[in-house]
Ligand binder design. Structure first.
Ligand SMILES: Nc1ncnc2c1ncn2[C@@H]1O[C@H](COP(=O)(O)OP(=O)(O)O)[C@@H](O)[C@H]1O
Ligand SMILES: [Mg+2]
Length: 291
């Protein structure tokens, strides 16, 4: 249970036994492909891509012609002032909201998501700030909610020991510190809950993780830990889209930073060619008048 190698294999097993993972083998093969790691090679096909996405609410244009790509192992920061359209874009990426125009692609293939269930089947998971953990259930129960392990036999009894072991291994493999997987989620701190929600998504083999302000309500130390968790997740070749107002954290964690201003992408910046001040200039619109 404390063997990290075992935790990894637990993850692999569960991923393989989950029908939702059937198309994610491409993710694994991308990892093995040597071309992918060569600096000058053509970039990997995005795990998830938005092309020309627009969305209006009545007369309000929440998004206009937005392009976004996230590739395996890439952390993309999505930043912008309040009302810039960040949450609307994340909701479109996971199928919770339908675009008025534009196209989504998964591994280069056009898709239509009618609900988050559709996106989940393609390995896309979203974690909101006010997340969907059941506070009265334990950590292990939350992780296995809807996908419970059962003992073989006619009664299909819940295999609680197995779920506890696998949940503990999953948390440990991501260096998430929770004293017991039998603890009720309602007793955990905000950061621990956020971490459990991320672990759940990773355990179930998501290859794209969408995080809407995961650290907004957290204390500094917890926010740091979620940052480390994002890095861990990306090392597993998961693509991450991180919405955050914490610019130092965005700059530290993200490979690219996409800036929305009144529903349009005004900048798509590589971490090594930008800094916090520059990002703030873009998201306030000051950089537009500067040029
Ligand atoms: N369900 C909705 N109905 C009407 N207007 C909405 C709805 N959701 C978002 N909007 C509007 O769309 C714009 C973008 O909102 P949102 O995506 O929540 O921005 P952000 O997450 O960047 O703060 C805002 O003007 C907001 O008022
Ligand atoms: Mg928002």
């Amino acid at each position: 249970m404390s063997d990290p190698a075992q935790s990894d294999s637990a993850q692999t097993d569960s991923a393989q036994s989950d029908p939702a993972r059937s198309d994610s083998a491409q993710n694994d093969s991308a990892q093995e492909e040597p071309r992918a790691t060569e600096a000058s090679a053509e970039p990997l096909t995005p795990l998830l891509e938005a092309r020309g996405i627009s969305r209006s609410y009545g007369s309000v244009a929440a998004l206009t012609g937005v392009d976004l790509q996230v590739r395996p192992g890439e952390v993309v920061g999505l930043v912008g002032d309040n009302g810039a359209g960040k949450s609307t874009l994340l909701k479109i990426l996971c199928g919770a909201v339908q675009p008025s125009a534009g196209q989504l692609l998964v591994n280069g293939e056009p898709v239509t998501f009618r609900s988050p269930k559709d996106s989940r089947e393609r390995g896309i998971e979203v974690v909101y700030q006010d997340l969907a953990l059941a506070t009265e259930l334990s950590v292990a129960e939350n992780i296995f909610l809807g996908r419970e392990r059962r003992r073989p036999g006619p009664f299909r009894i819940l295999d609680r020991p197995r779920m506890a072991t696998e949940a503990a291994a999953a948390l440990e493999s991501l260096a998430i510190e929770i004293h017991s997987v039998r603890a009720r989620c309602g007793l955990l701190s905000g950061g621990q809950r956020q971490a459990v929600a991320v672990a759940r998504a990773v355990l179930w083999g998501s290859n794209v993780l969408l995080l809407d302000e995961p650290t907004a309500a957290l204390a500094v130390m917890e926010s740091e830990k979620i940052g480390q968790l994002v890095t861990q997740v990306a090392k597993r070749r998961v693509g991450v889209v991180l919405v955050s107002h914490n610019m130092p954290q965005v700059h530290a964690l993200c490979d690219r930073i996409v800036v929305l201003l009144r529903g349009r992408v005004v900048a798509d910046l590589r971490r090594d060619e930008t800094d916090v001040r520059d990002i703030v200039m873009w998201l306030t619109g000051a950089a537009l008048s500067r040029n």
